[in-house]
Ligand binder design. Structure first.
Ligand code: NAI
Length: 387
């Protein structure tokens, strides 16, 4: 059998440990590094427990589990990653720390080695600029938990070599992942297109359209696995607020992405979600979830408004060539489990319907946030569909 290239993973936290597992499951020898003493050993212990569970569930043979674990070796320092053909960075989300690492890596690995970052919110182009050969730097954005979530956003920076994104997408397919290629823009695909799921739901709550459980239930009834408030409590309101704020700032304060004061107060109160036992809902023992108030007209108004905003976001990403229509839809179904791709969803009623919804919202609120994407308007006028 052809020997597979060695993959280096830097950062043995939530994401790095998961990515190391994925690479090892795909048959690569993996070198795992972390600046914190004991972090790699802890990640390897956790991985052993995870693999044991997969063996117990008969999803893996014990030989395979031993082989996967055995492929991951600790690297004492970044210098040990010299033999790697691909290095994936999953360290702290700090541009200066990442730049320093890529500066170091550039002089360390072979000329043809690929250097990837798993950043969620930083510019790939900015990270690559720190490296002596920015042409070999690319974003490979995995989703949490990396071994379970199929999506990988492949993000070439401005100076990334032509063809590297295609090569990386091919490699990710070999790792049984679903790659999508997207432009180096804030939030990439998922963290940009998903913003209205939270933002518009918070707005409706603030306006008194419905309470939180009713908004959650309405969206679950059309196929979302979790409602926005439940999901924000799961993600952590501090994290979700920080992502919204960073996308808003990175887009030079685009009104569509404006963060919510309700969520800011929630963060200030320390009610961060499940991890603190209280968020929008209480998770303390003995407290049940509050009931939704079923009302078909209210449910229809909620889902129409959230879907119109999500579809507009996906259409605008297509308009600005962030990704292809196919990749935009794949990202939302494979990265955040949406029941359908948003552009395919738009096609069911046609663009004209959604433009009418957005125009009515804009007339009612007088806010730029509801302005339809020029592409959606163009499609409405021509009667064309996305697929
Ligand atoms: P984490 O805090 O769980 O792990 C980061 C690890 O990096 C820690 O073990 C830390 O000791 C190590 N580290 C920090 N600075 C280092 C350095 N200079 N050299 C070597 N090791 C260093 O963080 P997490 O959540 O795994 O995130 C890592 C990256 O992945 C971030 O860029 C984050 O934005 C991104 N990401 C996170 C997702 C998530 O859901 N947690 C999802 C997708 C991307």
């Amino acid at each position: 059998m052809e020997e597979k290239m060695t993959v280096g993973v830097i950062g043995a936290g939530t994401m790095g440990a998961g990515i190391a597992q994925v690479a090892a499951q795909a048959g690569h020898p993996v070198l795992l590094a972390d600046a914190r003493a004991g972090a790699v050993e802890k990640a390897l212990d956790t991985l052993r427990a995870t693999l044991d569970k997969l063996v117990a569930k008969q999803k893996l043979s014990s030989d395979e589990a031993v082989a996967i674990h055995g492929r991951i070796r600790p690297a004492a320092s970044v210098a040990d990653l010299a033999p790697c053909g691909l290095v994936i960075e999953a360290i702290v989300e700090d541009i200066n720390v990442k730049k320093q690492l890529f500066r170091e890596l550039g002089g360390l690995v072979a000329q043809d080695a690929i250097l990837a970052t798993n950043t969620s919110s930083l510019s790939i182009t900015a990270i690559a600029a720190a490296c002596r050969q920015p042409g070999r730097v690319i974003g490979l954005h995995f989703f949490n938990p990396a071994p379970l979530m199929p999506l990988v956003e492949v993000v070439p920076g401005m100076a990334t070599d032509d063809g590297l994104a295609i090569r990386c997408a091919e490699l990710m397919r070999g790792w049984r992942k679903v790659p999508v290629i997207c432009k180096d823009t804030p939030g990439f695909i998922v963290n940009r297109v998903a913003r209205p799921f939270y933002g518009e739901s918070l707005r409706m709550y603030e306006e008194g359209v419905a309470d939180m459980p009713t908004i959650d239930q309405a969206l679950k009834d059309i196929g979302f696995r979790m409602g926005p408030f439940e999901l924000m409590d799961l993600i952590g309101n501090d994290i979700n607020f920080a992502v919204t704020r960073s996308v808003w700032e990175a887009f030079f304060y685009e009104p569509r992405y404006k963060p919510s004061l309700t969520q800011q107060r929630q963060v200030e109160s320390g009610r961060l979600g499940r991890k603190t036992g209280r968020g929008y809902y209480s998770y303390e023992a003995g407290t049940g979830m509050p009931e939704a108030k079923p009302d078909p007209a209210v449910a229809e108004a909620i889902t129409r408004r959230v879907l119109a905003m999500l579809i507009n976001e996906a259409a605008d990403a297509l308009f600005l060539r962030v990704a292809s229509a196919r990749d935009l839809d794949l990202a939302m179904t494979k990265g955040v489990n949406y029941p359908k791709g948003l552009l395919a969803w738009a096609d069911e009623r046609g663009a004209a319907y959604w433009v009418d919804v957005l125009d009515a919202l804009q007339a009612e609120h007088g806010e730029d946030r509801y302005r339809p994407s020029p592409l959606l308007r163009r499609m409405a006028a021509s009667g064309l569909s996305f697929f």
